[in-house]
Design a binder for this molecule. Structure first.
Ligand code: AVI
Length: 322
């Protein structure tokens, strides 16, 4: 019998443990990081193309139209650095910055980090052809472990990108813990650029997470299908409905799956009981006021240096110095 533990086996074990623990907890919850298998990546692409999902266009507006100003901020402390992107996705936004840095012949290496193996292998295939002259190394795994790996490969000044409002998928306490941990792994003169979705008209926010075409619904339900595929589950996805809420006071946009009936679901050897109307908390997409962003930076050891807004002021890429 083989005693070799593969990375995939470890990931699956954690997926199983965290899923069972979350579904046995009161109230039931899942981890939105598990949305992103190959099918989930594909549905998320569709979300980003939705009319209602204003976030992608807003951040694209910043990257595409304020590239020179971004390059200036990024290179203020020198033109040799490592550009590390946490949750790189398909890099369609950062490609504007990468292109400008290559054109200006900056001495940089791009390290995209993503927990999706599929995302990293696609980037490694597509980016060098799109950006001749790019030096890159994709890293698949946990952000902090991969940031450590990047530091072992290279010891140059770091410019870290954490865009796409990914920070919104943490609650405020988790975001503080995350930023503080990031600060611990960075050094003087390193930069962090974080994308935040700003508080705005509540109906506009709610529509982005409760679209009429049901794409966000499929995105959430895909996690149940993924459990069926990978963890020997037997969810009947038709027995669950997607429900999103937005609280303008706290800025928390939350999504849930509601059990439409009394039911028992099997996952591997475990049985999970759902009552009719019982919810599973699936994801938070936290929205921020500018004062929240400034507080977050300062309380975690960063100094905010510049804010880049899109033309509608829906979104901000906030630049923080160590
Ligand atoms: C990846 N993340 C920033 C998205 C968001 O807006 O919270 C995930 C998402 N969930 C539903 N729609 C989009």
């Amino acid at each position: 019998m083989s005693t070799v533990t593969t990375a995939a086996a470890t990931t699956n074990k954690l997926f199983l443990e965290e899923t069972i623990a979350g579904l046995k907890a009161e109230p039931k919850h899942m981890h939105s990081k598990y949305f992103y298998d190959e099918a989930g990546d594909y549905i998320f692409q569709q979300i980003m193309n939705m009319e209602e999902y204003y976030l992608t266009d807003a951040e694209m507006d910043i990257l595409a139209n304020q590239t020179s100003a971004l390059v200036e901020v990024v290179s203020a402390a020198g033109t040799a650095f490592d550009l590390i992107e946490l949750g790189a996705g398909d890099a369609t936004k950062s490609i504007h910055l990468l292109r400008a840095l290559i054109n200006q012949q900056f001495d940089f290496k791009y390290f995209p980090i993503d927990i999706s193996e599929h995302v990293i292998s696609s980037l490694e295939q597509s980016l060098p052809a799109q950006l001749p002259g790019l030096t890159m190394q994709g890293l698949n795994g946990d952000y902090f472990e991969m940031l450590q790996t990047a530091s072992e490969i290279s010891s140059r000044r770091k410019v870290v990108l954490f865009m796409g409002a990914n920070i919104g998928n943490m609650n405020p306490a988790e975001a503080r813990g995350f930023c503080a941990q990031l600060r611990d792994q960075l050094s003087k003169d390193d930069l962090l650029i974080v994308g935040f979705d700003l508080k705005k008209n509540p109906q506009q926010i709610l529509s982005a997470y409760s679209d009429g075409g049901g794409i966000t619904r499929s995105f959430n339900l895909n996690l149940l299908s993924r459990i069926n595929r990978e963890l020997e589950g037997n969810f009947d996805v038709q027995n669950f409905e997607h429900y999103a809420t937005y609280d303008p006071e706290t800025g928390a946009c939350k999504s849930y799956l509601i059990s439409l009936t009394n039911q028992t679901v099997k996952i591997g050897n475990e049985q999970i009981r759902f009552e009719e109307n019982e919810y599973i908390f699936m994801e938070i997409s936290q929205k921020y006021a500018l004062t929240d962003i400034e507080n977050l930076a300062r309380t975690t050891g960063f100094e905010p240096v510049h804010n880049f807004y899109d033309k509608n002021k829906y979104f901000v890429d906030s630049v923080w110095k160590c």
